[in-house]
Design a protein around this ligand. Sequence first.
Ligand SMILES: C[S@@+](CC[C@H](N)C(=O)[O-])C[C@H]1O[C@@H](n2cnc3c(N)ncnc32)[C@H](O)[C@@H]1O
Length: 504
Amino acid sequence: MPTLNWLNRDAAIRLASVAPYRLLEADPKLSYGDENTPNMLIQGDNLDALKALLPYYAGQVKCVYIDPPYNTRSAFEHYDDNLEHSTWLTMMYPRLELLRDLLKEDGSIWISVDDSEAHYLKVIMDEVFGRKNFVASIIWQKKHTRSNDARWLSDNHDFILVFAKNKEGWKRNLLSRPEDSIKNYSNLDKDSRGPWASGPCHAKTPSEKTYYELVTPGGKKVLPPRGTSWRFSKEKFQELIKDNRIYFGPTGNNIPRYKRFLSEVQDGLVPTTLWLKDEVGDNQEAKQEVKSFNDQSVFSTPKPERLIYRIFSIATSREKDIVLDSFLGSATTAAVAHKMNRRYIGIEIGEHAVTHCIPRLKKVVDGEQGGISEAVNWKGGGGFRFYRLGNPIFDENGLINKNIRFKTLATHVWFTETKTPAPKVKSSPLIGTRNGTAYYLLFNGILGDKKPDGGNVLTSRILKNIPPFKGPKVIYGELTTIGHAQLKKQNITFKQIPYDVRAY
Ligand SMILES: C[S@@+](CC[C@H](N)C(=O)[O-])C[C@H]1O[C@@H](n2cnc3c(N)ncnc32)[C@H](O)[C@@H]1O
């Protein structure tokens, strides 16, 4: 497959794997609302934050929306959008890889981008997600006015690139029918199948086979309009007339119309790839929305809530669906997810995580009524937890950080072994079983041995004390006193901490 080359491409490809696994440290003082909420607001570089999330959320996220810096060379107050082209690609590539690994098999990723990088992004997305998983490139009307001072053309749209993790297994939802589209349905002949709308019975591309004279129930002979032919064969037409699916007007002598019943059309509208500002808002609407959260320092590049609402309406459906935005900006994605009762994770590197995201989400929890609130009947509730990035799990020599507790290392070991998020880690050396193998960790004196490093060595006595499992066992510990032959006989693979714990 053709790939894109740029300065530092090789380094970019390694970045996701060499980024350290770091801890996420909750800050209860900056968190708000329901203490048991799974919603996360993380301040920090998203490369490290996404890596930190992997052991917990790999394959769990239903929908990713991101709005990364566009690389437009314009100065913004709240972040640096002036990245050089290769640097932009190097920034994006490893983050896209991590986002892919966090997505569910039936999940999708939606990326806002403009002309400066859209076409390069498509090529690297093809590489990371697979060309066959490309869904669409949506045009969003971000601005409706003409810039008469534009030197070349007045730029009025952005793109939203959409990829599925696995397009064959991905299903989009239909959009709800607007009230006025239902207005076209009525029941002029009191049909028992309910309201219907009618369409023409002629086809625009004429065919000799379906050009014939039709006799109406009132006895009038009619031909299809000049330059057309009927949509149906003679036999099909008679069948439809018999089934009362053709309407000839109150006297039975009008030009025939084909009846489409509301009860038979799809339960909603198939989303199109052209999103106009009247339906989903534009930049101006977004600016108005964020002003109400911080009018002293208005966030410069927000997206409108209705745009994100449209995305989540298509790409998520259940309350427990997790959505993720790793370039959170002013927290539009989190605010919309919150009001739609989706679980969310938002990551933002800038100080506006505190100065803009927190105040906005607090107001949402308190029942704020801007943006999509009225449309979704938002009344308030829920909460979010605030996190910052903590120490790496491994130091520069690959040794385990002294402050790491059992549960953190167990989650990490499980993830590196199984590439799935850890089951709820209990205070037991048995982390869990998967595909017929049990995974154990002896660390931090998990067996209750109070001596320094007690219980971290796999001895025959310890082996008798750990929860039993019939089948292969992988056991992590600092050392083992059991010989190689005995381990083999008991179907045990022993892995030594820290050397066999994968830091990357
Ligand atoms: C275009 S803005 C997103 C705006 C957002 N969609 C909204 O509606 O407010 C991009 C954001 O990404 C953040 N960002 C840039 N690089 C980042 C990184 N490495 N990690 C986390 N956030 C980053 C910037 O600080 C900025 O707030």
